[in-house]
Design a protein around this ligand. Sequence first.
Ligand SMILES: Nc1ncnc2c1ncn2[C@@H]1O[C@H](COP(=O)(O)OP(=O)(O)O)[C@@H](O)[C@H]1O
Ligand SMILES: [Mg+2]
Length: 283
Amino acid sequence: MSSPIYWSVTCFVGTLLTKSRNMSATMTPLTLFEARPAEALPKSSLLKVANVSKSFGANRALHPVNLQIGCGEVVAIVGRSGSGKSTLLRLIAGLDKPTAGRVFIDNEPLRPGINPRARLMFQDAALLPWLSVLENVLLATPRGSDRRQVARAALEQVGLAAREREWPLVLSGGQRQRVALARALASAAELILFDEPLGALDALTRLEMQNLIERLWLETRFSAVLVTHDVEEAVALADRVLVMEGGKLIFETAVDLERPRARSGRVFIDLKESVLEQVMHGR
Ligand SMILES: Nc1ncnc2c1ncn2[C@@H]1O[C@H](COP(=O)(O)OP(=O)(O)O)[C@@H](O)[C@H]1O
Ligand SMILES: [Mg+2]
């Protein structure tokens, strides 16, 4: 989005939190310009990555990258191993500093340190084994008198409400990832950064998790960057798919398909093939 006007917009992606806190659905009013019809407004930008590059010594992991993510948008990044995907996510999460360029959230530059408005989810669910399922979710739930309620509601949404007292060790890999997903949802983060979160799961569990993420998105409209090497997963879940190669974003396509998405249609298959072609042969 290259609008010269920066709209002052409060991104409302806390629908889940609102719902789970059982509050009335009072959306934060968007401070937009009254006179314009809604469809004429640009999609509000939650995240802006502006000319961000990263080098590790002589190794240039990221060439200047530009990326904008709108409120409620899911953007997938696919690419070969070593192309710079995780480096980009780490910079957005504030786990590492760019060599040059800046990351903005709501048009505010990120302050040094962890980005409090984003939440990373990895292949490893990273649950603490000595804490129960509920306690693991509570770790990320913001302080407040209703935090147990928020954590329980998130577990309910991922279908694990009945397992809240159990230890992570007795759960399957897919269930552990569902706890990690509940933790991300309960954290009130506005932006979820998925770094190949389903990479270690078997094919069937992976498909179930993709369907769960799709359903949760339909319920809560979270904003997300999804890094995956699975092109079908990218096309199934994202509004836009970007291809990264050698530290550069080399291709972008919109996925203009209704959700929930059927994967057998011509448009879906063609999109998948065009993205795969870029990943395999690139520039
Ligand atoms: N902490 C680090 N120190 C040195 N080199 C790194 C570090 N993190 C990533 N790299 C290098 O940056 C490049 C991109 O890595 P990464 O972002 O992990 O790729 P991807 O996630 O696409 O597989 C690789 O060449 C990798 O070796
Ligand atoms: Mg990676």
